[in-house]
Design a protein around this ligand. Structure first.
Ligand code: CA
Length: 230
């Protein structure tokens, strides 16, 4: 059952949505403030986000979410129908934008599509352009890791960047060596004996960890593979 987080301060809209989403077998959690949503959003499969909220706006919330998570589907549901509002929402990383008042059937279809698509999003990891890793700003298009404090630049190789991007797209999940060889290095039948992944993992640790021998972010999971944690 997919879990939806609904961020909406208008109770009449929220009630109608919850009723209809639950009828479609979604589990819905409703909050009225973005501040509240920020504490729990990571547990959900999709966010329905109002923009005009008391306190933190939907835009600010979205910016905050996207600085940590570029995969989680976010659908903006707003009465702001101007081109500027829509463009801003999409630029900040919303996946879809539905204007109030809305067609329920259309909204449900869009939600379904977004959730389905996010399940194969790992195939789209090429779309990740920037990410912050332990004090470094990583620019994937230019293969650069820039230390935020000093501005010091480290140039990444293609596979260092590819591995990093894959790990980030699967953060908090264990990924196997075989999976990495096939998804990052492109092996059709990954060789079973290879140190490639270990060597590259070591390089990422050397760049991003305070102490490469006691990694806190690029973890080896004995007998299983690797895991990236923030
Ligand atoms: Ca509102």
């Amino acid at each position: 059952m997919a879990k939806i987080l609904l961020v909406e301060d208008e109770l009449s809209i929220a009630r109608g949505l919850i009723f209809n989403l639950e009828a479609e077998d979604y589990a819905v959690k409703h909050v009225t403030m973005a501040e509240e949503a920020l504490l729990i959003y990571e547990k959900y499969d999709l966010i329905i986000l109002d923009l005009m909220l008391p306190g933190m706006s939907g835009y600010e919330f979205l910016r905050e979410v996207r600085s940590h998570d570029f995969r989680l589907p976010v659908l903006i549901l707003s009465a702001m129908s101007g081109d500027e509002a829509v463009v801003k929402g999409l630029e900040l990383g919303a996946d879809d934008y539905v204007i109030k008042p809305f067609s329920l059937a259309q909204l449900l279809l869009r939600i379904k599509r977004l959730i389905l698509r996010s399940q194969w999003a790992p195939r789209e990891i090429e779309s990740l352009k920037y990410y912050n890793v332990n004090g470094y700003h990583v620019d994937f298009d230019n293969f650069l890791a820039i230390k935020e404090e000093s501005g010091e630049k480290v140039v990444l190789t293609q596979f260092e960047a590819g591995l990093l991007r894959y790990l980030i797209a699967h953060k908090n999940q264990v990924v196997t060596r075989e999976e990495l060889l096939s998804e990052v290095w492109g092996y059709e039948n990954p060789p079973s004996e290879t140190r490639t992944v270990d060597i590259f993992m070591g390089r990422l640790r050397k760049i991003f960890e305070e102490n490469a021998r006691a990694p806190r972010h690029f973890l080896s999971i004995r007998g299983a593979g690797y895991k990236f944690e923030e």
